[in-house]
Design a binder for this molecule. Structure first.
Ligand code: NAI
Ligand code: MG
Length: 357
């Protein structure tokens, strides 16, 4: 196949880890005879320095004309003083919104050799493989009315509104069930249906959606219990589907079960063009030293192959190469352990490349 990939490395370690993922995608292209065409553009602080805005029109235009976007990270101390609308991080919301990406997918899985990187006990986290599917463009972060108003008595009132339509719930539900079909065929829908009407509707629509997926089990769980179960017995979960705010919180919790932010990829999908990025930020404290872990970004490229291009075999090849490289003892500093071989960002990328089959 032929695909156009927009490459937005951004700031800090983004500039070091993204090239490693591009390297791996190029090798996949050669091995499996696909033509991936890469075009780079500016985003974040780097774009601010060049043209004064975090998300230049040309960058957005490139993203829209591409088949998928590979993003590094944005932000850093240099731009922290800027007003909110001009901050690098603004570009993230801007691009997600412009591309209509309503589903955010975050796998949290423990690689066999990294079990001890977690702060949780080995017997709790061994073998976990969770996919959190978070609704990304609705709910309380966008619902109206919103704002802070002055009251006649001089006090103030802050308002946000949780709003979901059946259509918004249905489409995120479908993403979750489709994903579960490729996995262990179990969806856990997270809500607060005992208190919130919006959750009552959420639950009802999930039950509706499940009827088209008779091969996939549907379970419901209240969000407070979900937070508890994630640390008590995370292996019970396969796909968790959440509204925007519950997913924001639970996806961070699920991610941290595995212990290392440098390992965790993500996909934002929903419309024509998907966006794939590591969950971590620009890590200014380690940028420019060739020590950042590129695995989260390489795994994000793997998610691109699977979700954007339906290249399952190729995605699996990347996954296997990561596993093999870890098995051989290669570690970046953030995941080092006893009897391992600590290497830099580019060396880790090279090792994964060599292990591609
Ligand atoms: P961060 O994720 O950049 O870093 C948190 C900690 O994890 C740091 O100690 C860092 O060194 C470490 N870390 C992160 N990625 C790593 C990797 N690949 N390998 C090894 N260690 C890694 O979060 P922080 O420090 O809160 O934010 C730094 C900047 O990034 C801020 O400007 C923030 O706004 C921005 N940010 C951007 C995001 C994005 O582009 N999607 C997401 C989160 C933060
Ligand atoms: Mg968050």
């Amino acid at each position: 196949m032929k695909a156009k990939i927009a490459v937005l490395a951004g700031d800090g370690v983004g500039r070091e880890i993204v090239p490693e993922a591009v390297k791996v995608l190029q090798a996949i292209g050669e091995k499996y005879q696909h033509t991936f065409e890469f075009t780079s553009a500016d985003i974040g602080g780097q774009a601010i320095d060049k043209v004064g805005v975090p998300l230049p029109q040309e960058t957005l235009a490139l993203a829209k004309q591409s088949d998928a976007v590979l993003l590094g990270a944005v932000g850093g101390p240099k731009w922290e003083g800027l007003e909110y609308s001009l901050r690098p991080e603004r570009a993230l919301l801007g691009i997600r919104e412009a591309l209509g990406l309503y589903a955010n997918l975050r796998p949290a899985k423990v690689y066999p050799n990294l079990v001890d990187a977690s702060t949780l006990k080995r017997e709790v986290i061994e073998g976990i493989d969770i996919l959190v599917v978070r609704e990304l463009t609705g709910g309380i972060y966008f619902g109206k009315p919103k704002g802070i108003e002055k009251l006649p008595n001089g006090e103030e009132r802050g308002v946000n509104t949780e709003v979901y339509t059946t259509e918004e719930i249905r489409r995120i539900g479908k993403v979750a069930f489709e994903a579960a079909r490729k996995r262990r065929k179990k969806v856990t829908s997270v809500d607060k249906a005992n208190v919130l009407e919006s959750s009552e509707l959420w639950r009802r629509v999930m039950i509706e959606v499940q009827k088209s997926y008779p091969d996939v089990e549907l379970h419901h769980i209240y969000v407070d219990n979900a937070a508890m179960q994630l640390v008590r017995n995370p292996r019970q979960f396969d796909v968790m589907v959440c509204n925007n705010i519950f997913g924001d919180i639970l996806s961070d919790e699920a991610a941290m079960l595995t212990g290392s932010i440098g390992m965790l990829p993500s996909a934002s999908i929903g419309a024509k063009v998907g966006l794939f990025e590591p969950i971590h930020g620009s890590a200014p404290d380690i940028a420019g030293k060739n020590i950042a872990n590129p695995i989260a970004t390489i795994a994000s490229a793997g998610m691109m192959l699977s979700y954007a291009f339906k290249l399952e075999k190729e995605a699996e090849a990347i996954e296997q190469a990561i596993v093999k490289t870890l098995d051989m003892g290669y570690r970046t500093k953030d995941i080092q352990g006893p009897d391992t071989r600590v290497v830099g960002t580019t060396e880790m990328g090279d090792a994964i490349l060599r292990n591609l089959n």
